[in-house]
Design a protein around this ligand. Structure first.
Ligand SMILES: [Zn+2]
Length: 196
């Protein structure tokens, strides 16, 4: 189970009344993402209780939070729900999302910016492995990923994502590519500064 029942019951009322539009999925990951997230959110010291789930969404990942109840939920795209997805990739995404709880969006030139400069600064400091994470994501899902600068997110094309999910692990970098620091610099340049 991606999300224990007890945690679901504890979600803020607005989530209980209005269920998440996408149905949560069983995790196919080769490790416990619940434990991973528990460690990461404890280290993030934001005092938010963070839960997570997979769903077929239109971006790679996002976090929703309710400051009143200090509860947050991370949703990861279903393309990541595969035994080949490295722990480092899920950890990097979790760390990025949890960082949003301490480095908050703010207004710059009249526009609410989710990733202000201080966010990227903190990310470089606290999650130096993020470039390797993006490298793996780019290799694995570039056919389905498109950067949306304006909305500060990585859009996942639904048709391509279904192809990746249904046509099997051939498309998954994890099957052929080791998670490694042997990063191809050209690929990395493409993948860098990508947005979650
Ligand atoms: Zn983000």
């Amino acid at each position: 189970m991606a999300m224990p029942e007890a945690l679901l019951e504890d979600l803020p009322p607005r989530w209980r009344q209005k269920p998440h539009p996408k149905q949560a999925e069983l995790s196919m990951l080769a490790f416990s993402a619940d434990e991973l997230l528990a460690d990461i959110s404890a280290a993030g010291s934001s005092n938010f209780r963070v839960v997570w789930s997979f769903a077929f969404i239109d971006s790679l990942a996002f976090i929703e939070d309710d400051p009143e109840s200090r509860t947050a939920r991370i949703t990861l795209h279903s393309v990541l729900n595969h035994p080949s997805t490295p722990l480092q990739v899920i950890a990097g995404i979790f760390k990025h999302e949890v960082l949003h709880l301490t480095v908050r969006p703010r207004e710059i030139d009249g526009k609410l910016i989710t990733h202000p400069p201080e966010f990227w600064e903190k990310e470089r400091e606290l999650i130096p492995e993020m470039s390797e994470v993006w490298f793996w994501l780019w290799i694995s899902f570039h056919s389905a990923m498109k950067r949306d600068e304006k909305r500060e997110r990585m859009v996942i094309n639904a048709k391509r994502a279904r192809e990746i999910i249904h046509f099997g692990s051939f498309f998954y970098g994890g099957g052929v590519l080791e998670f490694t620091d042997q990063v191809d610099q050209e690929m990395l340049a493409d993948a860098q500064q990508s947005l979650l």
